[in-house]
Design a protein around this ligand. Structure first.
Ligand code: ADP
Length: 277
């Protein structure tokens, strides 16, 4: 039965109509759940190295106080755990900074070829230490687009670093930067980062860009991973209206391809060229 609210005028006349508002809370509940999961995961990830640090401090204050050898070894482990916490916090801060800017389209005019080139140079020492050769090929240069230089540098650093870290057995990482091909490709760039490592089981691929998702948690930890790298890539690309596609053949390697809209040509360059006599 419908219980009508009392009429403020005191009349017992039934209202002519009743307005019922319904709101679908599914999406809001889902967002709340994701946020709660994220906080739980982040706390758990930070707690692990913190627990290890506390344990070693206790040992150093007690039983290992006079043991010089143990002290050296424990301090080394503690430094690695502290570095792990720093990486996690840096990645969490990057994510939240990007999320805060999510609705603002970056507008600086930049050259994608130069960004990829700088990333390859910056990661040369890591590649060398891992005995991996990075080969970059640019079909065209420059590759102008509107974007945020630091954020796009982070995108390609994360992808190339992953290719070196996880694909090191393949000894080689290939980067191909080119104009996009195929339907609707006009005015877009693609940069493909390919490794020849162990590849990724297809069941994991759709979830790799979720925060803290790892295909193999032990291998990620051993390789100093935080599980946030590809989530950061996804968020930055969303802000640039770009796309990431992942292809992998287990046993043969993986290719991570970024596609970004090219900048429209300047009003100046659209003007007919002046003919010099
Ligand atoms: P992490 O910090 O663990 O490297 P990412 O978000 O960068 O986190 O990557 C998520 C997971 O995707 C990694 O833990 C790894 O399992 C998998 N992965 C990423 N790149 C590669 C690759 N090139 N080859 C194989 N696995 C990869």
């Amino acid at each position: 039965p419908i219980h009508y609210p009392p009429d403020p005028t005191g009349s017992d006349r039934r209202p002519d109509f009743v307005l019922i508002c319904l709101e679908d809370l599914t999406e809001r509940r889902r967002a709340e759940r994701m946020r709660a999961d994220f906080v739980a995961n982040a706390s758990h990830e930070l707690r692990t190295p913190l627990a290890s640090l506390s344990g070693f401090i206790e040992t150093l204050q007690g039983p290992a106080r006079a043991d010089e050898k143990a002290r050296e070894r424990f301090l080394g482990i503690m430094a690695e755990q502290a570095a792990r916490m720093k990486r996690l916090i840096d990645d969490l801060l990057s994510l939240s900074r990007i999320e805060m800017k999510a609705h603002v389209r970056p507008e600086d005019r930049i050259d994608l070829a130069e960004i990829v080139n700088n990333v390859v140079d910056a990661l040369a020492p890591l590649a060398q230490a891992s005995d991996v050769k990075i080969e970059a090929r640019f079909e065209v240069a420059p590759m102008p687009l509107c974007g945020d230089r630091d954020e796009l540098t982070q995108v390609f650093s994360n992808l190339v670093e992953n290719a070196v870290k996880y694909g090191r057995d393949g000894k080689r990482v290939e980067i191909l930067a080119a104009p996009a091909t195929g339907e609707g490709a006009h005015g877009a760039w693609t940069v493909a980062v390919r490794d020849f490592g162990p590849g990724i089981d297809p069941v994991h691929i759709p979830r790799l860009t979720e925060r803290f998702y790892r295909a193999d948690i032990d291998s990620s930890r051993e390789k100093r991973g935080t599980g946030l790298g590809l989530a950061i890539v996804k968020h930055i690309l969303a802000r640039h209206r770009g796309r990431l596609s992942i292809e992998s053949v287990p046993g043969q390697g993986s290719t991570f391809t970024v596609r970004l809209e090219a900048a429209e040509r300047d009003a100046d360059s659209k003007k007919p060229q002046k003919i010099l006599e």
